[in-house]
Design a protein around this ligand. Sequence first.
Ligand SMILES: Nc1ncnc2c1ncn2[C@@H]1O[C@H](COP(=O)(O)OP(=O)(O)OP(=O)(O)O)[C@@H](O)[C@H]1O
Length: 242
Amino acid sequence: MFQVRDLTVKYQAKVVFSKLSFELADNTILAVLGPSGSGKTSLLNAITGLLSHQGEILLNGHPLDTKAQTIALVPQDYGLLPWKTVEQNVLLALKVKEKKGGKDQPKLQALYAALGLTSLLKRYPHQLSGGQKQRVALARAFALTPDLLLLDEAFSALDLVIKQKAQQLFLRQWQETPVTTLVVTHDLKEALLLSDQILLLTPNKPQLITNPLGDLDYDSRTEAKVLTQVLSELEAEVKRQW
Ligand SMILES: Nc1ncnc2c1ncn2[C@@H]1O[C@H](COP(=O)(O)OP(=O)(O)OP(=O)(O)O)[C@@H](O)[C@H]1O
């Protein structure tokens, strides 16, 4: 179980959110949805330990410990080292995290194949499209077999077709190795397509809601009728809150 208890984040006098609390069962995908400036990135930074905070962040009942537990982050700009090849970017992350057994070649090759990277392993980031870079960042995150996976607007820079493909690949890989995941997004549709639960980061009262499409697979969620109806309901809720 992943728990956030009375989490307060502030920059000097500016409070971003105060006493935020929620909990997630194991292997839940949570969409963190909020307008610009609502504190989505601050929440991720508090979780990764980059930002000091008050309150508790617990994984399986213990304070999150970035040394003992592995938190994988897929940042918005993908965070690839330009002077390393695709393969080296993935292997370096395993080395930094001292993931023993992480270099299990058959597993890595299966991961590269699943994410369509097999023919790109010797390329450098500047030789990749945005969608390809994003898949490398996902491969690097999944290779770590993390205890917690964080995606910060990881799909937002992609065009519509590539985005849908990337979301499907992400979900397929996630089903192979499920992990509690926070997907930060400002895109309501993305929240509905990917998550089990949605955290509405509103200025007044953050709210955790169950995704009404949570029991459906990705293809069923994208069926226009279902999605349009639920999307307009969520939009109405968001307008009330924001
Ligand atoms: N280093 C900082 N110093 C002071 N204020 C900051 C700092 N970083 C963020 N903020 C402020 O904290 C608030 C939350 O910022 P944050 O980046 O977490 O929001 P966000 O929801 O991720 O926004 P976006 O969707 O635009 O990335 C904003 O008002 C922002 O201006």
